[in-house]
Design a protein around this ligand. Structure first.
Ligand code: ZN
Length: 291
C-alpha cells in the first residue's frame, strides 16, 4: 500500500489542492517530505494512525494547523491489500480521457479555445487519433520540418517528404498538400460528392470541415477527416521506420479510410448500423439515416 510521497497527495472532494501546497508551512517543517505514506504512520487495531516527524517543536499556531491537516486526512483510508495506482483527479470517475485533459488545460488557460478545438473532442474517433489530430492542429507532430526546427535533424540532413521526395515534410505538406495526400483527399471529396478548394494548413483545413450539413453528416465528415490524416500519418511512419513501400498508395489508403471511419462510426455513433458496403457506396445517406 501507499508508496506515494506526501508531496504527491491531493485532497479530493475539495478544490483538488495538493496537501503540500495547502499546508505549506507544515510541509516545510516536516522531516518526511519525500517519505512514502507507508512510512508516515502505522496500523493500530486495523486502523491507520499518522506519525508525523517535525524538524523542530511546533508553534502554537502550527499545532492548530496540524489539527486542521489531521482532520483533512481523516477521509484518507489506506488499504493494505490494494496496490497503489495513479488517479486522474481531473475527471470525477478518476479515469483518464483526452476530453477531460483538454478541458483541464482549457480551464487553466493553457490551450487555445476555438470552435475547431471544441469540435475536435466531440468526434467519435479513438482518443489516440484525436490526440494526434490535436497535435497536428497545433503543428506539434514530429514532421521532419518540426524536427529540423528543434535541431533533432541537423541542417543538411534529409527533411524531405518521403511520400513525394520533392518538398520538405511539414505538417501541412505531408497531411494535405503533398501530391500523394492530395490525391487521397480528392478521392474523399469525390466519395462524398463535395467540390471545394481547401487550405493547406491543418487548422484551416479542419475548420472547413466543421459544420458541414446537418449534425450527423457533419460528425461523419469529421470522422473521415480524422481517419484520413491518421491513415496518411501511419503510412508515412511505416515508410520512415519500417522502410515499407507502396503503403501510401491511393488505393490502399482510401480502403483504410473507408474501413476505419466505418468501424469508428459503428462503435460510437448512435443509430449508425449500416453495412460496410452501404457506407462505401453512399456515406451521406448512411449519416442522414443515423441522425
Ligand atoms: Zn510530399
Amino acid at each position: 500500500m501507499v508508496g506515494i510521497p506526501l508531496s504527491g497527495m491531493i485532497l479530493r472532494g475539495g478544490e483538488g489542492t495538493k496537501l503540500n501546497l495547502k499546508y505549506k508551512r507544515m510541509f516545510d517543517v516536516s522531516n518526511q517530505q519525500q517519505n512514502p505514506i507507508s512510512d508516515m504512520g502505522l496500523w493500530v487495531d486495523g486502523g491507520w494512525v499518522w506519525r508525523f516527524n517535525w524538524r523542530r517543536a511546533l508553534f502554537v499556531w502550527e499545532v492548530k494547523l496540524l489539527d486542521e491537516l489531521t482532520t483533512s486526512l481523516q477521509n484518507f483510508k489506506p488499504v493494505v491489500s490494494e496496490e497503489d495506482k495513479w488517479v486522474w483527479v481531473v475527471s470525477e470517475g478518476g479515469g483518464f480521457s483526452v476530453a477531460s485533459a483538454y478541458k483541464y488545460l482549457q480551464d487553466q488557460g493553457l490551450v487555445e479555445v476555438s470552435k475547431a478545438f471544441e469540435a475536435l473532442w466531440k468526434i467519435p474517433a479513438p482518443s489516440n487519433v484525436l490526440a494526434f489530430a490535436w497535435k497536428a492542429l497545433l503543428d506539434r507532430i514530429q514532421s521532419r520540418e518540426n524536427l529540423r526546427k528543434r535541431n533533432i535533424i541537423a541542417v543538411g540532413q534529409v527533411s524531405l517528404c518521403l511520400l513525394c521526395q520533392e518538398d520538405e515534410e511539414s505538417t501541412g505538406h505531408v497531411l494535405f498538400s503533398c501530391k500523394r495526400s492530395w490525391e487521397v483527399w480528392m478521392w474523399c471529396y469525390n466519395w462524398w460528392g463535395i467540390q471545394t478548394a481547401l487550405p493547406h494548413d491543418c487548422k484551416g483545413h479542419f475548420e472547413q470541415h466543421v459544420s458541414v450539413g446537418r449534425r450527423s453528416v457533419g460528425i461523419g465528415w469529421l470522422v473521415v477527416w480524422c481517419s484520413c490524416i491518421w491513415a496518411i500519418w501511419l503510412a508515412r511512419n511505416q515508410m520512415v521506420f519500417k522502410h515499407a513501400v507502396n503503403v501510401a498508395d491511393k488505393e490502399r489508403l482510401t480502403e483504410v479510410i473507408k474501413l476505419k471511419s466505418w468501424i469508428w462510426l459503428r462503435g460510437k455513433l448512435k443509430g449508425f448500423s449500416y453495412s460496410f458496403y452501404e457506407w462505401s457506396t453512399n456515406p451521406k445517406v448512411c449519416l442522414e439515416g443515423a441522425g
